[in-house]
Design a protein around this ligand. Structure first.
Ligand code: PLP
Length: 422
């Protein structure tokens, strides 16, 4: 019964280092968040010991009476939170959820049509090295060259010509609402099923501050760990008629035993996501992104060839366009890293620079909103980023402002006493 620190000091030390990094820097990777103590506890629990292949009440293993309760809580809370008829909470991650969705909806060789990876789509929407690009025929739509938005008339024309079996909405890097009603009508027109991958904006949907795809889509998949703020994992929601096919695509189609500790953590996250505090946090997330977009369209920034794709944002992220800037994506990412702000470089549509360098940054506000950032803190961090990008300098003054902000909103206070570090 040695503690982690006693048994494995090397791992314990790296974990403590990561906690320090999360505390001392400003996390602005749009796909990340900070889970609360209760979620950490569920994940670090004895539920990791239990095999529970199958579904509640119909397992292939004995002793599932307690984990059945957990999975039922998670399924029912997910359905209620999103107003869905069906939920599967077993996918280990977003990519597994998406593999199961396609496995349930269509056959290998059928055609899918989603947003191009280079224009903000996800790997699992048809990238050629991903299972989705290998198993299915792929047609991708993009954003328009003029305003970098998805033009639904173009999507319609392309769908009529390509006749996909599945039309995909959802994205990893797109700063605007998508028109789910228009996607539904195009899907109906061409006889396609509509799958929406709401991984990025699921927390906003849960809080009612972003349109919900659930009424429109045949199937909706999501991760739980981005704006939704839960454990690293996936879920699938759908109309009732897809229940059997989706369940069998997840298990035994894609996975073996579900991660019951992660499912417990999902149940906790869905409970939290139904609270007024969660809604207020998502409102701060949106406020932070719009303050950032505003700062990054000020003249000191735009004079240096830096701009914001689509001129602003409707969601939790801003896409910085560096195509006309001397800084490339890699240099800008490194510059902000030096200041103490973590973001990721990201290809912009029609990017002239190679994918490992890119001409863009994706900057998200979900994690800092969870940390307690409001208007004052987001205004300050936006100014730090704007000043760094305008001057190209990671000055001591900027670094000090980051430290001050981080200290003003401490993260995981008391975690050392929770017994999680060993
Ligand atoms: N779908 C979208 C839209 C995403 O952005 C992501 C993650 O980046 C995923 C799916 C995959 O999630 P995971 O990394 O959990 O497999």
């Amino acid at each position: 019964n040695l503690s982690l620190a006693e048994l494995d000091p090397e791992v314990a030390e790296a974990m403590a280092g990561e906690l320090g990094r999360q505390r001392d820097t400003l996390e602005m990777i749009a796909s990340e968040n900070f889970v609360p103590r209760a979620v950490l506890q569920a994940q670090g629990s004895v539920l990791t010991n239990k095999y529970a292949e199958g579904y509640p009440g119909r397992r292939y293993y004995g002793g599932c009476e307690h984990v059945d309760i957990v999975e039922d809580l998670a399924r029912n809370r997910a359905k209620e939170l999103f107003g869905a008829e069906f939920a599967n909470v077993q996918p280990h991650a977003g990519a597994q959820a998406n593999a199961a969705v396609l496995m349930a909806l269509i056959n290998p060789g059928d055609k899918i049509m989603g947003l191009d990876l280079a224009h903000g789509g996800h790997l699992t929407h048809g990238m050629k090295l991903n299972f989705s690009g290998k198993l299915y025929e792929v047609e991708s739509y993009g954003v328009s060259k003029e305003d970098h938005r998805i033009d639904m008339d173009e999507v319609r024309k392309q769908a009529i010509a390509a006749k996909p079996q599945v039309l995909i909405a959802g994205w990893s890097a797109y700063p605007r609402h998508q028109d789910f009603a228009a996607f539904r009508s195009i899907a109906d027109e061409v006889g396609a099923l509509l799958w929406v991958d709401m991984a990025h904006f699921a927390g906003l949907v849960a809080a009612g501050v972003h349109p919900s795809p659930v009424p429109y889509a045949d199937v909706v998949s999501s991760t739980v760990h981005k704006t939704l703020g839960g454990p690293r994992s996936g879920i699938i929601l759908a109309k009732k008629e897809w229940a059997k096919k989706l369940n069998s695509a997840v298990f035994p189609g894609q996975q073996g035993g579900p991660l019951m500790h992660a499912i417990a953590a999902k149940a906790v996250a869905f409970k939290i996501a139904a609270t007024p505090e969660f809604k207020e946090r998502q409102e701060r997330t949106l406020l932070g992104a719009s303050l950032l977009a505003e700062r990054l369209t000020a003249s000191d920034v735009t004079d240096k060839g830096v701009s914001v794709l689509t001129g602003g944002t409707d969601v939790h992220l801003v896409l910085v366009d560096l195509r006309n800037s001397e800084l490339d994506g890699q240099q800008a990412e490194d510059l902000l890293h030096e200041v103490g702000i973590t973001v990721n470089r990201n290809a912009v549509p029609f990017d002239p620079r190679p994918p490992m360098v890119t001409s863009g940054l994706r900057i998200g506000t979900g994690a800092l909103a969870t940390r307690g950032f409001g208007e004052a803190e987001f205004t300050e961090v936006a100014d730090i980023i704007g000043t760094a990008l305008a001057t190209g300098q990671a000055t001591d003054a900027l670094k000090e402002r980051v430290v001050k902000l981080a200290q003003s909103k401490p993260l995981y206070e008391g975690l050392e006493d929770w017994g999680l570090l060993g």
